[in-house]
Design a protein around this ligand. Structure first.
Ligand code: SF4
Ligand code: MG
Length: 334
């Protein structure tokens, strides 16, 4: 059974000027031990997809359609009263669902020792004694590569480097044996060498834990080495989905091809600005029902601004929504 299953998810934000359609008919699954990358520019809908799943949309946001299941259990907001949904999700978060955020300092409490912050969730989620919880905390710190965990347990967050703090966050995430771990741009705040080390750690852990992992990023280069499958998002939609090999060696969507042409290399000292394609993402307020990429696409044809492209299945795992793949459109790029 999939650890997370999302079917036809749509999310809107109500504003004075109308509805901002942030997530539009998004479906995907994450299996146990699998890393799914969700990649897109800011405003593509990737973070709002995750906030919808976690029940953390801001006040005017609402899941308007779709089903969400975690390890077979339905957690779709429409099937609960707002009050029941709130209490359901607060027990799911940090229990079945763990999050790793970009900046560890927003998550760690600066005045509590690391040990306390790690032992507490272990005690909350497992039937263990204080000593057993401490032993498990030490084991987790070792697992995420923190040297001399027995001593470091008694230190405060400021005594750890950025990379070490991110490792602590990962250890806290693992403490509850979650079904799904969601990492939103987990390495952007780190320098490139540390970034590569944290990614190595996640790649290494995925074989040892029973969770599914979702990595959200704007940078395809980040997910290259660790993701099994990748969803490319644009304009609130998944425009292409495939295994890492399919996305890297046989990309179909012009947007994916654009992203690939400006991948950042973790070995490079300087971080490149990522400006894959001229232009900016579409305004999701009252967005039209045609290809969201049409205004920026070099290959755009007449039909692209008339109708939403149909999804074409290239393999069991590879799909792409672009009119170029339609038999009638072949070779007609203008
Ligand atoms: Fe470009 Fe048309 Fe394909 Fe959209 S549907 S990506 S505009 S070719
Ligand atoms: Mg984001």
């Amino acid at each position: 059974m999939a650890m997370l299953e999302v079917n036809h998810l749509s999310t809107e934000f109500k504003t004075e000027n109308g509805a901002v359609k942030a997530v539009r008919d998004v479906s995907f699954k994450v299996e146990k031990g699998e890393v799914l990358g969700i990649v897109g520019e800011s405003g593509s809908g990737k973070s709002q997809t995750m906030f919808s799943i976690m029940g953390l949309l801001s006040g005017n946001g609402e899941v308007t359609e779709g089903d969400i299941k975690i390890d077979g259990k339905d957690i779709s907001p429409k099937n609960y009263s707002p009050k029941d949904y709130e209490s359901l999700m607060s027990s799911i978060r940090g229990n079945d669902m763990a999050m790793i955020f970009q900046d560890p300092m927003t998550f760690l409490n600066p005045v509590l020792k690391i040990g306390t912050q790690l032992i507490e969730p272990i005690l909350n989620h497992n039937d263990v004694s204080k000593q057993e919880a401490e032993a498990r905390a030490i084991e987790l710190m070792r697992k995420v590569g923190i040297p001399s965990p027995e001593t470091r347990l008694n230190q405060y967050p400021f005594e750890f480097s950025g990379g070490m703090r991110q490792r602590i966050i990962i250890a806290i995430a693992l403490a509850c044996n979650p079904k799904i771990i969601i990492a939103d741009e987990p390495t952007t705040a780190l320098d490139v060498t540390i970034q590569a080390q944290v990614l190595d750690l996640i790649a290494h852990l995925k074989d040892e834990i029973d969770s599914g992992i979702i990595m959200i990023t704007h940078d395809l280069g980040v997910v290259a080495s660790i993701c099994d499958r990748i969803n490319i998002m644009y304009g609130g939609k998944v425009v292409e989905s495939g295994t890492a090999d399919e996305i890297f060696y046989d990309p179909k969507h012009p947007y994916t091809i654009g992203l690939l042409s400006c991948i950042s290399n973790p070995e490079e000292k300087e971080k490149k600005e990522l400006h894959p394609i001229p232009g900016s993402p579409p305004d999701l307020l009252n967005i039209e029902n045609y290809c969201p990429f049409a205004d920026r696409c070099e290959k755009a044809m007449k039909i692209c601004k008339m109708r939403m492209p149909e999804e074409k299945q290239y393999s069991n795992t590879h799909t792409c929504s672009c009119w170029l793949s339609h038999p009638l459109a072949q070779g007609k790029g203008e």
